[in-house]
Design a protein around this ligand. Structure first.
Ligand SMILES: Cc1cc2nc3c(=O)[nH]c(=O)nc-3n(C[C@H](O)[C@H](O)[C@H](O)COP(=O)(O)OP(=O)(O)OC[C@H]3O[C@@H](n4cnc5c(N)ncnc54)[C@H](O)[C@@H]3O)c2cc1C
Ligand code: FES
Length: 288
């Protein structure tokens, strides 16, 4: 358990704090980026990969990954949210200045200390970039502590590419190997785009990237179907199961290991995860 979670435990893990929405940015047709401020302007104190329980009064509560990096906090944090149902639609209707409830940060995030000194390969698919953006920007803010930084990002269509500003910045750096692909590259992708995008599923990016497997930590997050194929590529490159991290998603209620809603064969996704090594979950039925 992280220090930040321990601090919250000493107050109340069940009582949301009222936080203020300071900015909203439309990212794609379905996703918006929300910048949020806690009451006294203090930092959330999260680790990349952790999540908060976000509540809209009279509607409900939902677990959402923190997409901003702790190294860029400045008294605010960011959540990127796809509208799919009650809570997320109510959130999308809010304007800057509106209030919402926040519990957390909760869960185990990515072990950045185990990644220092190593090459890091990020493989987010679609909205899997929500939690990974936090870690990628943290790594880039501490760039000198890591070896190669490789980003292989895949989305379905050009208009579904998330965080274009970040992608542009990552692609422009000569100390980052950033490759982007979409399943279907149509005419909406013009020649003047600020970064290159190829056509094909995310696994088409792997053959051109060689890695030193013992010295590489791989981080992946995406839809369950993607894991099967991305894991095959990572294992095929010889990266040890203990050095492959992924973030799992389950329906949650309490977010703190009490209600059992998020259980996967004895593992609590909210408390033991949401970040696990492949070695931890590979034998666990239903995990993927
Ligand atoms: C650790 C964690 C981190 C997450 N991070 C993010 C994030 O950063 N951004 C984001 O947009 N979403 C994230 N999610 C998913 C998000 O929690 C759900 O989309 C949200 O709870 C939906 O709530 P709702 O009230 O809007 O939808 P509901 O009204 O509850 O449901 C609407 C529809 O979506 C389906 N549905 C909702 N949630 C899920 C789910 N988790 N799995 C399968 N089907 C589902 C329901 O079956 C229903 O058909 C995360 C989930 C977890 C567990
Ligand atoms: S959400 Fe309640 S135990 Fe995980």
């Amino acid at each position: 358990m992280t220090t930040s979670t321990s601090t919250r435990l000493s107050t109340s893990i069940y009582t949301p704090e009222m936080a203020r929405l300071v900015n909203v940015e439309q990212m794609t047709e379905l996703e918006k980026l929300f910048t949020i401020e806690l009451p006294d302007g203090r930092n959330l104190g999260h680790d990349p990969g952790q999540f908060v329980m976000l509540s809209i009064l009279g509607v409900g509560e939902a677990p959402i990954s923190i997409t901003s990096s702790p190294s860029r906090s400045n008294g605010v944090f960011q959540l990127c949210v796809r509208r799919v149902g009650d809570v997320t639609n109510a959130l999308h209707a809010l304007q800057p200045g509106s209030m919402m409830g926040i519990r957390g940060p909760f869960g185990h995030g990515f072990p950045i200390e185990k990644m220092r000194g190593k090459d890091v390969l990020f493989a987010p698919g679609g909205i899997g970039l929500f939690p990974l953006r936090s870690l990628i920007n943290q790594v880039l803010d501490e760039r000198g502590f890591f070896g190669r930084v490789i980003i292989l990002y895949g989305a379905k269509r050009p208009e579904e590419l998330l965080f274009r500003n970040d992608l542009e910045e990552w692609a422009a750096r000569d100390d980052v190997e950033c490759h982007v692909t979409v399943d279907c590259l149509d005419e909406s992708w013009g020649e003047r785009e600020p970064f290159t995008c190829s056509e094909g599923v995310i696994t088409t990016l792997f053959p051109d990237v060689s890695v030193d497997p013992r010295n590489t930590v791989a981080i992946t997050c995406g839809p369950p179907i993607m894991y099967r194929f991305v894991l095959k590529e990572l294992l095929g490159k010889g990266i040890p199961e203990t050095q492959i991290y992924l973030s799992l998603e389950r329906r949650m209620k309490c977010g703190v290991g009490k209600c059992g809603h998020c259980q996967i064969n004895g593992l609590y996704c909210c408390q033991d995860g949401p970040v696990f090594t492949y070695a931890q979950i590979k034998g666990v039925e239903e995990a993927l």
